[in-house]
Structure formats: C-alpha cells, structure tokens
Write a protein that binds this ligand. Structure first.
Ligand code: DQA
Length: 138
C-alpha cells in the first residue's frame, strides 16, 4: 500500500470559510474524507500548519518514509527558502499543488521558490488539484 501525505500550509485550515470565491465552499477535512474513501488502496495522511518551521519538520520527517508528498505550501510557496531546501534534502517525491491558478493572480504569486525542487506542479483545478496529484503518485 502506497503511503502518501498531504501537507497544507498557512490559512488552509480555513478552507470552506476563507475567500470562498477563490478557494471554494468545502472544508479540507470533508474533501479528505472523500479522497480516503475513493482511494482506499493508498494510505493518505494529512498535516496542516500555519507555522513555517512545523512544515519543515514534517517534510523532513515524512521525506524518508512516504512514497510521496503532496504539498500546498500556500503563502510560503512564494517566500520560503527553508521549505525549498527541505524538499531538496529529502528522498520522497514532492508534488506542488495549488487550489487556484497562481499565474492568473497577483504578480507576487507567480513566483514559486519551491518549484525547482519538486517533481511537478498542479494548480488551478480547485480541490481537484490534490486528487490529480494523488493519481500521479499512486
Ligand atoms: C494557494 C495560492 C497561494 O498564493 C496562497 O497564498 C494560498 C493558497 C492555493 O492553493 O491556491 O494560501 O497555495
């Protein structure tokens, strides 16, 4: 059984409540339940933090044992050399996901510091971006 972890960064705990015209009405917990049911051949773990160092700790911890990491680093995508370095340091493949199409949005969101260290990027398909990443990993 493939072991996959979804790691969500800052403010993604507010999915379903936060800026719903961009991020939709569904909570991540609800969406995750459906993913776990529909992809029961995989073990899908989940971690969310608003704190950069906790995300780095989790990437380091997961990065030598999981078959894949689906990472939405949220705002840290655009700022965190530390998260980019953590991805470079580990063995597990990382797929970068974004719910919104970051290239359709403000210029500050067009630059991802982590993209150069990931296997691939999926963005702009709403929560379905996570499912597309999962399908790629399993
Ligand atoms: C996001 C896009 C980021 O620019 C933003 O800071 C987020 C969410 C997305 O999933 O579309 O918090 O990563």
């Amino acid at each position: 059984m493939k072991k996959i972890i979804i790691i969500n960064g800052p403010n993604l705990n507010l999915l379903g409540v936060r800026e719903t015209s961009i991020y939709g009405n569904e909570s991540f917990e609800n969406y995750l339940g459906k993913l776990q049911t529909n992809y029961s051949s995989a073990k899908i773990d989940y971690f969310q933090s608003n704190i950069e160092g906790e995300l780095i700790d989790k990437i380091q911890e997961a990065g030598f044992t999981y078959d894949g990491i689906i990472l939405n680093a949220a705002a840290y995508t655009h700022t965190s050399v530390g998260i980019a370095d953590a991805i470079a340091a580990i063995k597990s493949p990382v797929i970068e996901v974004h719910i919104s199409n970051i290239y359709k949005r403000e210029k500050i969101r067009h630059n991802s510091l982590i993209s150069k260290n990931v296997e691939g990027i999926i963005c702009g398909f709403g929560l379905k971006s996570y499912e597309l990443a999962l399908k790629t990993l399993i």
